[in-house]
Design a protein around this ligand. Structure first.
Ligand code: ZN
Length: 153
């Protein structure tokens, strides 16, 4: 019963090859993630404007969406690199962003999507990032599967 198919096994060589290639260039967070996904062999779409929040990267067939957030603008909680200034203007502005983000995630989830938030500061650890991406994209969805969706792959 517990057959585990479609498990991505990244070989050590492949993983380090990918990590070398992304370390060599100073890319923007989103480009870095896109490049990783391409090298991992995933096909994705960019900035779906018809979805709440216009996710940065989407996998339409899998109904999974990735947001890549700048820590400052999106108010990353307990972030080590970005702190909200001790200033009412910025606190209010960033608080609004956080609330808007939350609303958009909820809308996506209600539409049946799964959402992954990647914070800028977390992208520094390429090894961890690869693991997070692979497990999100291939993650089992059994808890919320409905009978009508069983045959769709
Ligand atoms: Zn952060």
């Amino acid at each position: 019963m517990l057959t585990s198919h479609k498990v991505d096994n990244l070989t050590k060589e492949k993983r380090s090859k990918i990590m070398r290639s992304i370390k060599s260039k100073n890319t923007k967070p989103e480009l870095l993630v896109r490049k990783l996904l391409t090298q991992l062999g995933y096909r994705y779409r960019l900035h779906k404007k018809d979805l709440p929040g216009k996710p940065d990267i989407v996998f339409p067939g899998r109904k999974k969406a990735i947001f890549i957030h700048g820590c400052f603008w999106h108010g990353h909680p307990n972030c080590l690199i970005a702190k909200i200034p001790d200033n009412e203007f910025w606190q209010k502005k960033i608080q609004n962003n956080i609330q808007r983000d939350e609303k958009q995630y909820q809308e996506l989830i209600l539409l049946g999507w799964r959402v992954l938030i990647l914070w800028e500061c977390e992208l520094r650890d390429s090894k961890k990032l690869i693991e997070v991406l692979v497990s999100f994209i291939n993650g089992e969805e059994l808890k919320i599967s409905s009978p009508s969706q069983n045959n769709i792959s």
